[in-house]
Design a protein around this ligand. Sequence first.
Ligand code: PAF
Length: 277
Amino acid sequence: MDVVHTVAELRTRLAKEPSIAFVPTMGNLHAGHLALVEEAKRHGTCIVASLFVNRLQFEPGGDFDRYPRTLEDDCARLAAAGCHVAFAPQEKELYPSAQEIVLSPPLAAAQLCGDFRPGHFQGVVTVVAKLFNIVAPHTAVFGRKDYQQLFVIRELVRQLNYPVAIVGVETKREADGLAMSSRNGYLSREERAEAVRLSRNLRRVREGIAAGRRDFDALCEGARADLAGAGWRVDYVELRNRSRLVPPGPADRDLVVLGAAWIGRTRLIDNLEIDAP
Ligand code: PAF
């Protein structure tokens, strides 16, 4: 695997590649990221992963500084997974001066995580657009755990005509159901044991709907109350339809329940898709 640190080197390395599948990451890789690489192999002959902690998508006072940087381990994992190129640019090359040109995210970003992380999706779409311009992939692979992000990136590609096929990959979970995330590394032993409560509550909402319940507000309120009762600070637990990411109407069957909540100093997110009967 080639480890490349500059845009010029990367462009030279990729110049003759006929089919590039791209996995953008912020590093600190876990099995969820490696599943993205596995999926990428089905879509291209040259697999490129980027490792870049994007300052622009962290809200003021967020965890940019404490976000784990583990480049050596990440490269070893990527190489073992069959990645061909790891692109780890310096911040001073991607952002040599203040990034004055930024993209305005679509309406779907102005809710859920967008309500609690000001500027987050603007930072995501801006860096993903830059990375697409640099890597020029044919396919890009993202995790479904960041469900709203995936929706927003599909809109980015659709509305700005990027010639990139977007592929979403199922969330990888720990044995107890906790969605894998780099942020799980922040959890103390007690918090880790408690963290499963988020996915457990989302499952309860899904089971309620599968059993025929349509009182969506009450179902979500039940989940929020259970989390809050156990000491979590809940940002949201909400249902959306999958096609437009808006609150579901009575006829909608393609649903997703999304949740974000703080356990101690760590914010966890998760979601579950639901096919209502
Ligand atoms: O999902 C992530 O890790 C990041 O938001 C992404 C897509 C790599 C952009 O920085």
